[in-house]
Design a protein around this ligand. Sequence first.
Ligand code: IPM
Ligand code: MG
Length: 361
Amino acid sequence: MTKKILILPGDGIGPEIISQAEKVLAFLIQERGVKLDLEHGLLGGCAVDAAGVPMPEETLAKAKESSAILLGSVGGPKWETIERSIRPERGLLAIRSGLGLFANLRPAVLFPQLASASTLNEDVVSGLDIMIVRELTGGIYFGEPRGIRELDDGQRQGYNTLVYSESEIERIARIAFESASKRQGRLCSVDKANVLEATELWREVVTGISKDYPDVELQHMYVDNAAMQLVRDPKQFDVMVTTNMFGDILSDLASMLTGSIGMLPSASLASDGSGMYEPCHGSAPDITGQNVANPLATILSLSMLFRYSLSEAAIADKIEQSVSQVLSEGLRTKDIDAEGMTCVGTEEMGDAVVKALSSID
Ligand code: IPM
Ligand code: MG
């Protein structure tokens, strides 16, 4: 049966960068005989405009019928002041939760060609290859109660709840241990167990699971220290596993080690292997429509889609090879541009990746 892929371009630069990934898909389907059915849908602000809600039922229904989803980005100033429950970001959280996408894999890999694009010294980042495993459907992002309430003295108080059950911790820990066992065999679990009970339990449960993975060396680290260590000596890490919010923050930090957040892909996986793939960067309203956004994080997300949800590692490898090739040719979008390189636009970068892909084989 031909597998279905749902494409959700979203808002801001989403449609521009997704178009480049679609060029890669079109090439694979038309020129390499890859069998896929592509469908499109609405998520985020565009869905609010068209249907009044950030995640229409139709989108969730289509998503459930698909083997994988490719997402651009959601949000933008236009929707920042609308009622909180229908803001674009809520649509993203709703689809993550609705599909049970609890495991967010965010690799921070430095392409050697970009070693000088990082703001850190080349010797600190060269060879960097970290996998951040972020819990994605729990923690403070979803904990109840939440809201903004009025206190007796008339002032308002904002409140959120950090909650983690043992089963939620266990399943994300297992994903991280599995990942570490296929890599360098080192796992760093990041928490704030010295202050937050929810992450005291996190540490306990992760330690318990480690007994099932004797080949993986487990280390625990407080999140403040982890942030410092990521900047001081990032290569000490192999796999990191952490909560939803800590993972959100640390993955942005890690992205800058690789030169630009415009290079960072991600996979969000459910227990059945289906998944949603999106660049880690946001909708970048400041550069929308200017043909300057970097499409490589989205193209690398497509590569993860082939690897994790379609079990097509060979295709995934080729997409990554093509990205590497265009970087070797000296092509750079504005965010990773450097002296002596050729600065190209979003469209040209997409075309170059397809050209590189067609030269492989
Ligand atoms: C991310 C983003 C989202 C998050 C936002 C847009 C809701 O920052 O995917 O990292 O916080 O998870
Ligand atoms: Mg984020």
